[in-house]
Design a protein around this ligand. Structure first.
Ligand SMILES: C[S@@+](CC[C@H](N)C(=O)[O-])C[C@H]1O[C@@H](n2cnc3c(N)ncnc32)[C@H](O)[C@@H]1O
Length: 207
């Protein structure tokens, strides 16, 4: 990935803003949790939150007894913030500092979750690399959950340009081995009460 939107940008954001001082903050990631429930995945299934940043999703998953949770992000600072918040519980999760579009991985996961990271990949090559990694990393019968800006959502986030998608476009990108099980438009309220239109979607990889 080029420097615009690289780790320097995100480390600066996560070291200068309060946790609830970023537009994407959510106290309880309700919709992600609902889609995880909807998948019916067992809590011992390997779970990865891609571009998870300092999200509280990992806290909620550990509370629910998930035993194999990994959070991947470009920003070491974001992950340090999450680990500080979690305290001792941080050791129950795995933490990976990586650019997902250049990440080499040899594991498979029962769920790949991405809220508001994929849409920052504006370059075709980075998107294709991300999708190739996803196809290799999601186990047969496993799930992918996306939350991205919808076509009528913001055109930028954190000062960076973003892509915007509806569920059909996401399905086309993932390809025929991923079945769209559920899609839902969502109005995310920023901490300063501005609504941002998101598109969420739950996919299952053919078994
Ligand atoms: C808008 S934030 C969303 C964070 C988190 N998913 C949430 O819901 O709170 C976008 C996150 O994607 C991460 N990110 C952006 N580009 C990335 C990349 N190429 N590889 C890994 N993480 C990336 C950023 O560091 C940031 O933490």
């Amino acid at each position: 990935m080029s420097e615009v939107g690289g780790s320097g940008h995100w480390n600066e954001v996560y070291s200068t803003r309060r946790e609830d001082g970023v537009s994407w903050f959510e106290d309880i990631p309700d919709l992600s949790l609902r889609l995880i429930d909807r998948s019916g995945i067992a809590p011992d299934a390997p779970f990865i939150d891609v571009g998870g940043g300092a999200s509280r999703l990992v806290d909620r998953l550990l509370e629910r007894g998930f035993t194999d949770v990994t959070v991947l992000d470009l920003s070491s600072r974001a992950l340090d913030n999450a680990k500080s918040r979690l305290g001792d519980a941080a050791s129950k999760a795995g933490w990976v500092v990586a650019d997902v579009s250049a990440w080499r991985n040899d594991r498979t996961y029962g769920i790949w979750h991405d809220r508001a990271a994929f849409h920052f990949l504006t370059e075709t090559a980075a998107r294709e690399a991300y999708l190739a990694t996803l196809r290799q990393a999601v186990a047969p019968g496993g799930f992918a959950i996306f939350g991205v800006f919808a076509p009528d959502g913001p055109a930028t986030c954190s000062g960076l340009p973003v892509m915007r998608y509806d569920a059909r476009q996401l399905a086309e990108l993932l390809g025929p081995s991923f079945e769209l099980l559920h899609q839902e438009r969502h109005g995310h309220k920023t901490p300063w009460s501005v609504e941002q239109k998101f598109q969420f979607a739950l996919f299952r990889r053919a078994g």
